[in-house]
Design a protein around this ligand. Structure first.
Ligand SMILES: [Zn+2]
Length: 375
């Protein structure tokens, strides 16, 4: 029997949410949290912020995740019916040939297509092909562009992979958009639980951000305290981390089934985005995980970034941020594969961290050297 958490994740994974077009995911999250929220608003960039009634004097924590997923964008429709596209987010070209994709038009409808792949017969005769996306197209089964244009598909139309959420015989689950509907489902669960049990001791802002996959754009402008005087003192970012598969160890050592992964350092040299987690926050998470017997992995990842890169500098003076990731195999593909035990361990760790923050256990990084607070 799937848990309510896994069921919510399945619902969210099935929805399309390419960067800048997160509306379907946002609407589903609104439905999930509105019964527990006293404030629920969308900002101009598309972030969704949920807050609940809370004691004004309680610590204010932001729990953040991104709603968007990697995918593609249409660059043009040719007269013969070939739909040309570019990748959106860090996706390998090799993922695309022979895949099913869904194009999302402005009316909210999804249109299934397939990406071309050269005939296996010809590849055996003429050599294997490793095409770039500039040699690919999406085929909607049409022989000219008229029916495609009639659907509203044009340059700028976004698309996502099509890949159902199913359990594999070995126990793990696979879907598209595990990154980051797992984070969304966890954020929803933590928000509902906090509203029910911790609201007299903790102010929680649950933030579901837009456009992470193209550079943490939503998180870079996140405002959780408009017109109020209770700035957050801590943010916890929930996302995913590449994990090794059974056939090859090509991630950074993280394993599925071995628990949440605390990100200590990341940096993507191309974009210069990255984040160095403060040692005090690393120690706090390790202590809480140990006290609550949640298994914890740690990683350093050069070549990527998370919303922590931008959320941490979204406030004057900075916002202390700690990223916690769920491991999954085959990242940024239609077959992202994860263990339910890791999802549950993430939920247990988040719950324990929020209880610790409510009890004043989270480290405060600010100092006034002339007026020490313990003087
Ligand atoms: Zn992500």
């Amino acid at each position: 029997m799937p848990s309510p958490l896994l069921k919510r994740m399945k619902t969210l994974c099935s929805l399309p949410g390419p960067p800048g077009h997160e509306g379907a995911v946002r609407d589903a999250i609104v439905d999930m949290v509105k019964g527990s929220a006293s404030e629920l608003r969308r900002d101009d960039i598309g972030n969704l912020i949920a807050r609940h009634e809370a004691n004004e004097a309680a610590p204010h924590v932001v729990l953040e995740c991104h709603m968007d997923e990697v995918g593609l964008v249409v660059t043009g429709v040719e007269a013969g019916g070939a739909i040309r596209f570019e990748k959106v987010g860090l996706v390998a070209d090799a993922i695309f040939p022979g895949r099913e994709v869904s194009l999302l038009t402005l009316d909210g409808n999804l249109h299934r297509g397939v990406v071309n792949v050269r005939s296996g017969h010809l590849q055996s005769l003429q050599g294997q092909e490793h095409p770039g996306v500039d040699e690919m197209w999406i085929d909607l089964g049409a022989s000219d562009d008229a029916p495609i244009r009639a659907l509203g598909i044009e340059a700028g139309t976004p698309g996502v992979f099509h890949s159902p959420f199913i359990q594999l015989p070995g126990g793990a689950w696979k879907s598209k958009a595990v990154d980051n509907r797992s984070g969304c489902a966890l954020c929803v669960e933590a928000f509902i639980n906090t509203a029910n049990s911790l609201s007299d001791r903790l102010r929680l802002s649950a933030a579901f951000c837009a456009q992470e996959e193209i550079g943490g754009r939503g998180a870079s402008v996140l405002s959780v305290d408009e017109g109020e005087s209770d700035p957050p003192s801590l943010a916890i970012v929930l996302d995913n981390v590449p994990s090794d598969g059974p056939g090859r160890s090509d991630a950074r050592g993280s394993k599925i089934g071995a628990g949440p992964v605390l990100r200590r350092y990341d940096h993507q040299p191309m974009s210069l985005y990255g984040y160095i987690t403060p040692p005090e926050l690393i120690q706090w998470v390790k202590d809480v995980a140990s006290d609550t017997h949640v298994p914890l992995q740690e990683d350093v990842f050069v070549g990527t970034f998370l919303d922590s890169a931008t959320l941490s500098k979204s406030r004057p003076g900075g916002l202390p941020t700690v990223p916690i990731n769920m491991p999954r195999r085959y990242s940024h593909s239609p077959v992202e594969t994860f263990m339910e035990s890791d999802l549950e361990a993430m939920a247990a760790l988040i719950g324990a961290l929020l209880r610790s923050a409510a009890e004043g256990g989270a480290p405060d990084l600010r100092r006034d050297y002339l007026s020490p607070s313990d003087a």
